[in-house]
Design a protein around this ligand. Structure first.
Ligand code: TRP
Length: 334
């Protein structure tokens, strides 16, 4: 809480091209609930360097992601959209919280184990303490709710543990955050392997719809989507490909799965795939148009970056100064 307002914090990494999964599963949820909270949406570039990055590439992707937040419908005057690296409180609080987090806890993090296996040549300390930085992001703004995907729930759990541990020692310093899980059905699966989540790092470009894919590409990918030989459009686990297409169509049209099943009763997969593709194009087109306009407007984007970094800094310092005092750092002399 800040004053009498509930706070929402979330962030995304600017690595890889965002997919329809990132949009329907995360960004769209943010837009849907943003009005109810004092919000902070960060482009979490500090997290990105836990894996080796090309500097120019990272900078360029970070800016694109920030513009995409706005293109997706987040008003940057109302929602604090900013770069994590512009607010030093993230790193400063992360250091303090490192001293309140146990090696044993971090050793249990499944994402660390996965990433360590994937980047065996670079298992750095930052990768290990990644969840502590994430806790700092969230606690720095006294967030009440944190929209996250399932894969981040464990990180939210450790954030809560760290907050409670700190509060138990020093009194009520941190708000203990709750995860906010989007509607079921918002989880988008790969078009080529519907048992797997649609991922921006998938090597097969046909597996994912990228937010900047043009209409022809979108339609072509849906035409090639892996389905089954059941020849019936039903919403059930035995038909994961069709189920995924129904989920995508529901998310894009606002219809329920039942309504979609009724609508396509007795119709062929080819026709259904076209309809799903078109529903996605209808959702992506305005987003792409806004994005293309925005990214050209350098002065506007720069002003958003500057103003929101200041706003984020202002709120972050309230928490940071309090925490520094609690742990015993000397007061600043002015
Ligand atoms: N770890 C998150 C992810 O990869 C991104 C993230 C960083 C985040 N800090 C956060 C998400 C704080 C929510 C809140 O998806």
């Amino acid at each position: 809480m800040i004053g009498d307002q509930k706070v929402l914090f979330s962030g995304m990494q600017a690595t890889g091209n965002l997919t329809l999964g990132n949009y329907l599963g995360a960004l769209k949820n943010w837009v849907d609930i943003a009005d109810e909270y004092l919000t902070f949406f960060s482009v979490v570039d500090l997290h990105s360097i836990t894996v080796r990055q090309d500097p120019a590439e990272l900078r360029s992707r970070a800016r694109k992601l920030l513009a995409l937040y706005i293109a997706a419908g987040l008003d940057p005057e109302k929602n604090c959209i900013y770069y994590q690296s512009h607010v030093s409180g993230h790193a400063e609080l992360a250091w303090i919280l490192n001293c309140f987090t146990y090696m044993g806890e971090l050793n249990r993090m499944t994402q660390f184990k996965d990433k360590a296996a994937k980047h065996a040549d670079n298992i750095n300390a930052g990768l290990f303490t990644y969840p502590v930085l994430m806790a700092a992001d969230i606690l720095l703004f006294q967030a009440d709710v944190v929209p996250v995907g399932k894969d981040q729930l464990q990180h939210l759990e450790i954030t809560r543990d760290i907050a409670q541990r700190f509060n138990a020692i020093y009194g009520d310093v941190f708000t203990v955050p709750e995860p906010y899980m989007g509607k079921v059905g918002a989880k988008v699966m790969s078009l080529q392997d519907p048992e797997k989540k649609m991922s921006k790092s998938d090597e097969n470009p046909n597996a994912s719809i990228y937010l900047m894919d043009d209409p022809d590409t979108v339609i072509r990918k849906f035409k090639r989507a892996v389905t089954d030989s059941e020849a019936q459009i039903l919403y059930r686990d035995e038909q994961p490909g069709i189920k995924n297409l129904i989920d995508i169509y529901s998310a894009c049209t606002g219809k329920t799965a039942d309504e979609v099943v009724k609508e396509f009763d007795g119709r062929g997969y080819g026709e259904f795939k076209m309809a799903v593709g078109e529903s996605v194009v209808t959702v992506l087109k305005p987003l792409q148009d806004r994005y293309n306009e925005l990214i050209k407007d350098k002065a506007y984007i720069d002003s958003i970056i500057k103003n929101n970094a200041q706003k984020a800094e202002y709120y972050s310092l309230k928490t940071l100064r309090k925490v520094q005092k609690k742990v015993g750092f000397p007061e600043r002399i002015r």
